[in-house]
Design a protein around this ligand. Structure first.
Ligand code: HXC
Length: 258
C-alpha cells in the first residue's frame, strides 16, 4: 500500500475506507490531500477485492473546504497551473460507488467533495455550506452546479450568495444527504451500506451508478438510451444468468462480476 501523509487508508471486507487526515486544519483540502485521495480511489477502483468505497473525515470535520492558506496569495495563473479542481473531475471517473460519511463541518470544497460522491451519510452534527462568498469568491468545484441539482435553486442561492449553512436535518429535508444518524454510528452506517452494495452484482452496480449519474448530465432521451444499452448489455453477463436462475430456484445468487 502507498505511503500517504494526509490520508489514512483501510479495507473493511470488500470496502475501501479513506480517512481525510489533516485534523489540525479541519481536513482542509490542499494539493497533497487531493492527490493522495485520487491515488487511493483509483487504487481501490482497480482492485477486484473492493466493491465500494467510503470517504470520511473525523467527528469535527469532514472537510472545511479548500486550503485557504495555500490559495490566499495565488494569482489566477498559479491557481490554473496548480489546478486542484481537476482532482474532482477524476473522482467522476471512478466506476465503483463512493459513499461520503460526513460529521461536523462540510464546507466549500469539502461539500463539493461530498457531492462528488454517490451517496452521503450524515451524522446529526454535520453542517453543510458553501462559504466562499465570505472570501470574495464563489464555489469552484461544482458547488453552484451539483448543489443546485441536489437542493434546488432557492436553497442553493441562499447558500452560495449568503452563506446559509444547512444542519444535517435540513440537508436531509432538501435532498442533499441520504440519511442522518447519530454521531456515534455515522461511520459504521456508511460502512454497512457500502458493504451491502459491495456484495451485490458488480457489473450491475457499476452500470447502475453510471446511469443514475448520467441523469444529471444529459437530456432525458440520451439518458434513457444509455440506461437501455446498459440493461441489454447486462444480459451478456454470467451474473444476469445466475441472478435470474437463483430467483427461479429460490436460492441466493453467487456473483462473479462476469
Ligand atoms: C485552511 C483552515 C480551513 C481552510 C479551518 N482551517 N478551515 N485552514 N483552509 N478551509 C484551520 C484554521 O485556520 C485553524 O488553524 C484550524 O483549522 C481550526 O479552525 P478554527 O477556525 O480555529 O475552528 P473553529 O473556530 O471551530 O471554526 C470552524 C470553521 C472555520 C467555522 C469551519 O475554521 C472556517 O470558517 N473555516 C473556513 C471555511 C471556508 O471558508 N471554507 C471554504 C474555503 S474556499 P490554526 O492554525 O489557526 O489553528 C473553498 C473553495 C473550493 O473551499 C474551490 C474548489 C477546490
Amino acid at each position: 500500500m502507498e505511503d500517504y501523509s494526509t490520508i489514512l487508508v483501510e479495507t473493511h471486507q470488500r470496502v475501501g475506507l479513506i480517512r481525510l487526515n489533516r485534523p489540525e486544519a479541519l481536513n482542509a483540502l490542499n494539493a497533497t490531500i487531493l492527490k493522495e485521495l485520487n491515488t487511493a480511489l483509483q487504487s481501490f477502483d482497480g482492485d477486484e477485492g473492493i466493491g465500494a468505497m467510503v470517504i470520511t473525515g473525523d467527528e469535527r470535520a469532514f472537510a472545511a473546504g479548500a486550503d485557504i492558506k495555500e490559495m490566499a496569495d495565488s494569482s489566477a495563473v498559479e491557481m490554473l497551473q496548480r489546478d486542484n479542481i481537476s482532482a474532482f473531475d477524476r473522482i467522476m471517473e471512478i466506476t465503483k460507488p463512493i459513499i461520503a460519511a460526513v460529521s461536523g463541518w462540510c464546507l466549500g470544497g469539502g461539500n463539493e467533495l461530498a457531492m462528488s460522491c454517490d451517496m452521503i451519510i450524515a451524522s446529526e452534527s454535520a453542517k453543510f455550506g458553501q462559504p466562499e462568498i465570505n472570501l470574495g469568491v464563489i464555489p469552484g468545484a461544482g458547488g453552484t452546479q451539483r448543489l443546485t441539482r441536489a437542493v434546488g435553486k432557492a436553497v442553493a442561492m441562499e447558500m452560495v450568495l449568503n452563506n446559509r449553512t444547512l444542519p444535517a436535518r435540513e440537508a436531509l429535508e432538501h435532498g442533499l444527504v441520504n440519511r442522518v444518524v447519530p454521531v456515534e454510528t455515522y461511520l459504521e452506517e456508511a460502512l454497512k451500506l457500502a458493504r451491502e452494495i459491495a456484495d451485490r452484482a458488480p457489473l450491475a452496480v457499476r452500470f447502475g451508478k453510471a446511469a443514475v449519474n448520467r441523469a444529471f448530465e444529459s437530456a432525458l432521451r440520451d439518458g434513457l438510451a444509455e440506461e437501455r444499452s446498459a440493461f441489454y448489455f447486462l444480459f451478456s453477463s454470467q451474473d444476469q444468468k445466475e441472478g435470474m436462475q437463483a430467483f427461479v430456484e429460490k436460492r441466493k445468487p453467487t456473483w462473479q462480476g462476469k
